[in-house]
Write a protein that binds this ligand. Sequence first.
Ligand SMILES: Nc1ncnc2c1ncn2[C@@H]1O[C@H](COP(=O)(O)OP(=O)(O)O)[C@@H](O)[C@H]1O
Ligand SMILES: [Mg+2]
Length: 254
Amino acid sequence: MSIVTENLTKTFNGLVAVNGVSLKVTKGTIFGLLGPNGAGKSTFLRMICTVLRPTSGHGSIEGFDIANDTNEVRKTIGVVQEKLLLYPTLTAIENLEFFGRLYGIRGKPLREKAEALIEEVKLTSVKDRPVGTYSTGMRQRINLVRALIHDPKVIILDEPTNGLDPQSVRWVRDYVKRLKERNLTVLVTTHDMHEAEELMDELAIMDRGGVLAVGRTADLKRSQDVATIEDLFLKLTGRELRDEVSSRLKRRGW
Ligand SMILES: Nc1ncnc2c1ncn2[C@@H]1O[C@H](COP(=O)(O)OP(=O)(O)O)[C@@H](O)[C@H]1O
Ligand SMILES: [Mg+2]
């Protein structure tokens, strides 16, 4: 197994954001976390990325414990967060080199790796321009390969197609498939049902911090007697609207 969690739980001031999530992700597969806003998807990812410490429970990536082996875990994973993690005034090359140096890569190997990744995302002709001048789709392409600069075995992506134009969405989905072809393990969140249908080998459907269903996409549809993931999702999570408000603003009385 590439990723294993047991009863992973995170509480924020009494709010249970992730409630006892146990998952197993097989090496070389695309595993999708689906859930409405506020389901706990991002919090779950932040815990396994070693950004947040779990309140209770355990997790490991490629055998490294997320609480005790944080350095090894960080070297093993490449993370694409919801927010772009790029410096707008730096060029594409400078951005990739900056992140590469954080992993201890230097000199010619770093330059060659950065250039190869930029070539892969077809941005070589603009590689010396500040990424702040790029379109959203171009930035997301650089943001995706930034996560690959240190040759990770596992890629974790939080809603990577959110807010992109249809061409960029297509590109990101094809790119995720290519990661799998290279035998990387991919853990990805989405609330796009078409994306889930197209990409995911296995799924976990989350709601209110817990997992409602987990398994191979085809098996889940069969066992719940539904034709599509959208039907499965609505059957399990219900049809009422989920209006999510940031807890920080809520506390300030907004
Ligand atoms: N740092 C935090 N402090 C307090 N509450 C948080 C924090 N991060 C997330 N939450 C809350 O935890 C719940 C799950 O959030 P999140 O993991 O972002 O869900 P999702 O990514 O599925 O939309 C939400 O109710 C959210 O408001
Ligand atoms: Mg989220």
